[in-house]
Design a protein around this ligand. Sequence first.
Ligand code: ACO
Length: 377
Amino acid sequence: MVEPAGVQRGLEDVVALESRICFIDGRQGRLIYQGYDIRDLAEHSTFEEVAYLLWYGRLPTASQVADLRQRFGQLRALPPTLAEQIRSMPLTSSPMDVLRTAVSALALYEPEETKPGSGSIGGAQRLTAALPTIIGTFHRQRVGLPPLTDRPELSQAAYLVYALLDRDPTDLEARAIDVALLLHADHELNASTFAARVTASTLSDLYSAVTSAVGTLKGPLHGGANERVMELLDEIGTPELAESVVRDKLSKHERIMGFGHRVYKVEDPRATILREWSRKLGEAKGNMRYYELLRKVEEVVHREKGLYPNVDLYSGSIYSLLGIPHDLFTPIFASSRVAGWTAHVLEEYQDLRLIRPTAKYVGATDLRYEPVAERTG
Ligand code: ACO
């Protein structure tokens, strides 16, 4: 399709605003949060430290991170009526639909945090603490697990595993999830963060912004891709069939989920780190099936299309090795990205400018109005 002159479809390469939160060097394959390389953060840091970094612009001291951990523990519980509403939602619902609805509903109980500006840092911490509880409350109901308790002694990563699986993770599992969470915590103006900032730029509240973001993350071209990666692996079955299945899909112009990126022209650094965690966890569990299949798929897609893996390629294999069902992968992504969404909303409030692009009109302008009785079809 020929684009009208001056239109940047998908806002590609449009610089929409200034931000101090996150920098992506798509040519060097670097990702920076508030000045720190993601590889250093993945090696040495935790999700709690990264959330603090995104919100406050500096790494926390030991006591600041301990306070934040304690605060998350205090903020996990949902209002009992909301927990009951979540348990009464249709059990066949998509967990992302439940999450979107519950985030929106939570705002009704927390009027202070929904005032744009003043209460927003409290709201950011509240939402980050509560998202795993929302997902866990729904999932436990549909599979018949007992209700959640707050478990304030657990990190966000360990609490997430407990909320979804009703068991504590091993140290290796907890660290794998912790790394996955911190790697997903922000990614500049990705579609869901942009949606959050558009909502906030109207001076709407933080919970509305996060509701917009959850709805945007749900799409398979964004957060929904990791679920589809695991569906592909199920379809392929064994590494020997990877070549033919992938080539067949490419010949039909189907997209292979977990590959390609709007910004990265080389390998997404998050994929590099998660590939290693997928291998490590696979070895520890004596199950290298996902890792071997993914390596084979990578080889074929790179050879045939020159595409590199993105963050979604290996994350699903890590969640699957823990026994987490596929339809919880995108909600897990949300429970990490909420730190970035809210950091961006806080930044938007500090430098507010209504986000409102224009469209190049390509429709008619001089049609003659016909009264309804005269219209023939
Ligand atoms: N599989 C096959 N072909 C692909 C893929 C893919 N995953 N990604 C891009 N291509 C091809 C396109 O078909 C297109 O080819 P063409 O020029 O012959 O038509 C070319 O590469 C460019 O693709 P665009 O869609 O223009 O690139 P864009 O920057 O818009 O796409 C996107 C980025 C949406 C992520 C794309 O790569 C994609 O659909 N990937 C699969 C979904 C996915 O993994 N999403 C997760 C992204 S990371 C995240 O959101 C957390």
